[in-house]
Design a binder for this molecule. Sequence first.
Ligand code: WT7
Length: 693
Amino acid sequence: MDDMRNKNENNKNTINSDDTAASESQIAVHWKEEAFISPSVKFIAQANMADPNIRERFKVENFPECFREYADMLTWDKYWHTTLDTNNPPFWRWFTGGKLNASYNCVDRHLAKYKNKAALIFVPEPEEESHIVITYQELYARVNEFSALLQDFAELKTGDRITFHLPMVPELPVSMLASARLGIIHSEVYGGFSGQACGDRIADSGSRVLVTIDGYYRSGNLIDHKVNADIAVERAKNLGQPVDKVLVWRRHPGKYVSKSSMVKGRDFFIDEVIKDFLGKRIEPLPLPAEAPLFIMYTSGTTGKPKGAQHSIGGYLSYVAGTSKYVQDIHPEDVYWCMADIGWITGHSYIVYGPLVLAATSVMYEGIPTYPDAGRAWRIAERLNVNIFHTAPTSIRMLRKTGPDEPKKYSYYFKHMTTVGEPIEPDVWKWYYEIVGKKEAVIVDTWWQTENGGFLCSTIPALDLMKPGSAGPGLPGIYPVIYDENGGEVKAGSGKAGNICIRNPWPGIMQTIWGDPERFVNTYYSKYNKNKASKDWRDWPYFAGDGAMEASDGYYRILGRIDDVINVAGHRLGTKELESACLTVLEVAEAAAVPVMDETKGRAPAVYITLKPGFEGKEQEVTQKVISTIEKEIGKIARPKYVYVVPDMPKTRSGKIMRRVLSAIPNKLDIGDITTLANPEVVEKIKLLVQEEG
Ligand code: WT7
């Protein structure tokens, strides 16, 4: 099994070379330019940022000092002396000399004014279960108690890593803030990921403590989640990382719902252990601005996920500034971001951004269409949510299941966000007209796990909206589009290229955990011309997305240009999918490509060939491939199609032509195949794909 993986890794360079790549960006649809839509006067009148002078304040001549404006939204234990230290490019250091604590900034500092205000409102999926309202005072108590437990019972200290494998439950933000209080670096693994995927991340981050939960509700089912912890710990151990404590929250304290047994001396119920820590208070540690706050894993072009490491000072400043100006969060708002905290969107815009601004942040446990298509709008009505944030995938799903449902509920949104994938103008318009009732302003925010916060978006009260376009670079973000040779692709040229950011910004990741070389290579080597330069202007950040800039300066993001598929707003590496396929005994070769999907935007399709002697086993192997992918990665990676083909189209030098494989199901031009070693196989594959529908 392992041999196969290695073999696959070794093939990386050949499979991924430019002439054979099939990327999202290449299958992008080019929508026609849409007309501008203005934000309402009512919105503008109350907006946090309605001063057109902001672009002047954040113009390049004022960089990097302009970002003081964001850092000043925080409470510092010690003021910084250097706004941006560029001594070791591209490892930028923001606000050096400064000290602060993220937990203090999100909790303690609000107590004087807002202690009785809801910080979090947790909405369980079962509709008959009551909401759980956690005030700032209550959050303060819980965070302190869990922090004391982490320090004294789990024996964790500043700089140690801790892995969470938690779904959407209030214990997740409590765990994050409790860690941040002590400078323990948290690494939350999306709850829907498999135990194996969690184990890989535990090992990579070097965590010896795992925090999990017994179960949670999704689509009406009580999911057994603790079982994943046993798999994760085993996997991590095999990779050389022992886990000595598994801390288990219980969905209903005192009532264990998992089938997996508690391992003596390793597994502990938090609701039992915490009894020794009730009433305990932990002083928030003043930590250096550039100390890490958390790691968030994301997929890249190799099989190994990358741990994006985010700082305390830079990250928190950037999410504070963008939450205030782009999300327009005021303390009196009820803000609901329907993302999962297991992804960066949830970290930045459910937990850290809203709480740093003392907002009320709503968390929903389940899926927005459970038990029916009206659920999301009932929640909005009941809680009087006025800011709503979600992804095109959910918008498409809500439209499909209940196109007129929002009309039945009297909620009022002043502001809505779309994030994570390109949104079709048609879907945008439904969001605007039906969900937003033509009143809510919409921001289409483009950014990535690596970025900490939004990069391109309109400023809601200042800029006009354009369906299908993210908008200009945000204040202090200077995007540029380069062609393959580093030439600038001009605005309005109608040409697409690689979107880059010319400058560092406070939210940018600090490095890839444990792999600084990969960090430099992935994001900076492509367009850096002088490695010795200490001038940030020589280090454009390469985002890995194809984009076009219209003559008005609005960016339209086309999708990934690398071997990453954005499924329902979540990133999957084709290499991870292929590695999983290759662990199936019967599989000889595997190639994963993106295909268009009506709801998810893109979905993975997998092509496999069988080893000799397994002819006739196509059906069986297909099932095995699907279950292996779910087991190795998680349900979100389930391929839309598995095509068992007689052979892969290959160049004469043996490279798999993924471009051809992607073109077929997407009904795109296959291009010239006469130079292939086996052009005749293309027709056979076409027929197979047609049969599959
Ligand atoms: C990739 C990043 C951080 C947001 C959640 C996903 C795509 C993101 C947009 C948008 C078009 C978008 C890009 C990007 N993407 N936002 N508004 N319009 N595409 O974070 O998992 O790190 O994925 O999502 O392709 O590279 P992620």
